[in-house]
Write a protein that binds this ligand. Structure first.
Ligand SMILES: NC(=O)c1ccc[n+]([C@@H]2O[C@H](COP(=O)([O-])OP(=O)(O)OC[C@H]3O[C@@H](n4cnc5c(N)ncnc54)[C@H](OP(=O)(O)O)[C@@H]3O)[C@@H](O)[C@H]2O)c1
Length: 384
């Protein structure tokens, strides 16, 4: 296993991290298959993976409930006596915070669920611009300082799926140790994007990547045109291998998380990680990936530049985000992951189904898009 430093913390973390949001299950998402999941973790640790990522709601019935991922991990690490072999990362469910005591209560609960007296990397989960001021008012940054000072957490970080400008603002507002962003070869200009990644790394943060395979779709739903490019290449790699190699080529990335739920996936990703050195892709390989990106980008149907001139929509719709999800959905035959994000990230009022067709947005659109028609397509693809 190769290890990299987690930014300025200097901690040596495995370049492949175990994402505990998609553990093997028995039927329903809340029911973790404890035997299979334990075997996977045993194997991962034996092979040198030392970073595990979980969060309060993972493997729960909804984001408002505590899920079983933390509980399973706590039991696993205690029963196997392997707590000291791993950096444990979990997250504070920021959307559940109503008052100051909530922060303390969640951390206390999480330490208990994880059966540990410290968490290595404690992240504010899924920061969104619309909640940030509320969190600052609650004193979330002082809370992090206190928890670091009394040793309940070692390092403080955050995760976010929001846009670059907001993420840069968050990065400027505290001495973070690390952050977790979505990134893969199709997301250079989505969410934090390359700009956010570079900005975080320049500030000395360790950067942890989530959704390296865009939730699996980059491996599972390869368009024939893309498959042809892979097949024609003299280098034979699986789509997952290409996607991981693209990320490990970037020296600013510390850990790439993967939600592996079979031994085959774990073994494949471990094998790929053996060659995951920074700057290890040749120019030929990079060109090939550029070709693949171009094919995916050719599937973009709405040329929205996300300038935001169309906003605010009188009905409250987040027009640029709706169009961005429409574009992402158009890239894949199975776009269920994109649909999940559409529902997870946007409030009911921000979704396309609320359009009253007033047309104000079209008068303001810098790209002269027929936004009302595009929003109808969003509803067709995603539902209301
Ligand atoms: N903070 C946040 O808001 C947030 C959000 C998302 C994720 N995360 C964290 O980041 C972790 C990684 O994200 P992710 O799970 O979305 O990662 P991902 O790697 O983009 O997607 C995981 C899926 O990829 C597929 N996969 C993995 N390895 C494969 C391989 N070698 N070949 C083919 N398919 C493969 C599996 O899909 P199938 O099961 O369909 O085979 C797996 O469920 C999560 O587990 C979680 O810990 C955090």
């Amino acid at each position: 296993m190769l290890y990299r430093e987690m930014g300025k913390t200097g901690e040596k973390v495995s370049i492949l991290g175990f994402g505990c949001m998609r553990l093997p299950i028995r039927g329903s998402y809340v029911q973790i298959d404890v035997e299979k999941a334990s075997n996977l973790l045993d194997y991962a640790l034996d092979q040198g993976i030392n970073y595990m990522d979980t969060a309060y709601p993972y493997h729960g019935i909804s984001t408002s409930h505590g899920g079983n991922s933390e509980i399973f991990l706590g039991e696993y690490l205690t029963e196997s006596s392997r707590r000291d072999e791993v950096y444990l990362a979990t997250k504070l469910p920021t959307w559940r915070l109503e008052n100051e005591e909530d922060m303390e209560n969640f951390l206390t609960q999480q330490l208990k669920r994880l059966q540990t007296d410290y968490i290595d990397f404690y992240l504010l989960h899924s920061l969104k611009e619309k909640q940030w001021f509320h969190l600052e008012d609650l004193g979330v940054l002082d809370f992090l300082d206190d928890a670091v000072a009394d040793g309940r957490i070692k390092y403080a970080g955050f995760s976010s799926h929001d846009e670059t400008d907001f993420i840069k603002e968050v990065l400027d507002s505290y001495q973070w140790d690390m952050c977790q962003i979505q990134y893969n070869y199709l997301d250079e200009n989505i969410q934090a994007g390359k700009e956010g990644l570079d900005y975080a790394a320049e500030k000395g943060l360790g950067v942890v990547i989530m959704e390296p395979l865009k939730g699996g779709v980059l491996a599972d739903y390869v368009p024939p045109e893309v498959q042809k490019i892979w097949d024609d290449s003299p280098l034979k790699r699986t789509p997952a291998e290409w996607a991981f190699r693209y990320l490990w080529d970037i020296s600013k990335i510390s850990v790439v998380l993967s939600g592996m739920n079979t031994l085959e996936q774990l073994q494949e990703n471990l094998q790929t990680a053996e060659n995951g050195l920074p700057h290890s892709l040749t120019s030929l390989e990079r060109n090939l990936m550029e070709e693949v990106k171009e094919v995916y980008q050719g599937k973009i149907s709405v040329e929205c530049s996300k300038c935001g001139y169309c906003m605010p929509c009188p009905s409250g719709i987040n027009i640029p985000q709706c169009l961005s999800y429409l574009n992402q959905a158009g890239m894949f035959e199975d776009y269920s992951e994109v649909k999940n994000q559409y529902y997870f990230m946007l409030k009911d009022t921000e979704r396309a189904g609320n359009c009253l067709e007033c047309g104000l947005c079209e008068e303001l659109c810098s790209q002269h898009l027929a936004i009302r028609e595009e929003l109808k397509k969003v509803v067709c693809k995603m539902g209301n």
